[in-house]
Design a protein around this ligand. Structure first.
Ligand code: NAP
Length: 252
């Protein structure tokens, strides 16, 4: 796939899946704005590895609507426009219903929904308003297998990703007349910092065995689906949700 001269903003582009996306987009000719929340050294390292020139790192917390507006404006200014946005930043918070008190329960729901759903909604708003004026674009949202399978240890996470799927499909309809596509990638377990809490424990063997490949995904395998949805020629797949879970969970 060729992304020569495409201008790409990736939220949470400094580590894990976002980092693999940044590296792959740059290898294919794009200029990339790598957003991160607080880990500047990871962002510096990722931007330093990108092929080509013109890449930038942009700090912003996607849970802050004002920061999101500034982030999109800064990406447009630094890259000279915006063709592709990947809403990848997300968080996981354990909140076992029987164990957390009511305040902790509310805190988990608030933090997770703000990061995984409201943040992408605001990034999508700001980016789409720019894209509408400039001939279209592509938005790709990173969801999760948990949106379909349920997340008993973190119900807010599953709900946030189910909401992200629904928002993406609503926006796919709303934005198609403007030449903007909206697609979703729904990974199962991926070998990143987020999953390390499980993959570095005795549960790892059971998690790997969920897939008939007996392993979890590499970040690059999730990025490959992101690239498809961001590529020229994929327009009629707008609204699609691509599973990247190694057949660990098959939905119809
Ligand atoms: P990760 O390794 O934990 O990296 C998270 C990235 O998001 C980092 O760049 C982090 O920035 C950034 N981030 C987190 N909160 C942010 C915020 N409020 N504002 C801006 N940036 C923020 O995560 P990952 O595993 O690559 O996950 C990426 C996406 O895939 C998430 O949406 C996640 O839900 C989804 N996913 C992951 C898995 C999995 O097994 N790993 C499975 C299904 C879906 P800092 O470096 O500054 O902290």
């Amino acid at each position: 796939m060729d992304f020569t001269d495409k201008r790409v903003l990736i939220t949470g582009g400094s580590r894990g899946i976002g980092r693999a996306c940044a590296i792959g987009f740059a290898e294919r000719g794009a200029r990339v704005a790598v957003n991160y929340r607080s880990n500047a050294s990871a962002a510096t390292s990722t931007v330093g590895e990108l092929a080509g020139t013109g890449h930038v790192m942009l700090q912003a917390d996607v849970t802050d609507p004002v920061a999101v507006e500034k982030l999109v404006a800064a990406a447009v200014e630094a890259l000279g426009g915006l063709d592709i946005v990947v809403n990848n930043a997300g968080i996981w918070v354990d909140h076992f219903l029987e164990e957390v008190d009511y305040d902790e329960w509310q805190d988990a729901w608030s933090r997770v929904l703000r990061a995984n759903l409201i943040g992408p909604a605001n990034v999508s708003y700001c980016a789409a308003r720019h894209m509408i004026k400039h001939g279209g674009g592509k938005i790709v949202n990173v969801s999760s297998r948990g949106s379909f399978r349920g997340e008993p240890d973190g119900p807010a996470y599953g709900a946030s990703k189910a909401g992200l799927n629904s928002m993406s499909q609503s926006l796919a309809k709303r934005l198609a007349p403007h030449g903007i596509t909206v697609g979703v990638v729904a990974p199962g377990f991926v070998d990143t910092d987020m999953a390390a809490r499980y993959l570095d424990t005795p549960m790892a063997a059971e998690i790997r065995a969920q897939s008939p490949f007996n392993r979890v995904a590499k970040p690059e395998e999730v990025a490959a689906a992101v690239f498809f949805l961001a590529s020229e020629g994929s327009e009629f797949s707008t609204g699609a949700i691509i599973d990247v879970n190694g057949a660990s969970y098959l939905r119809t």
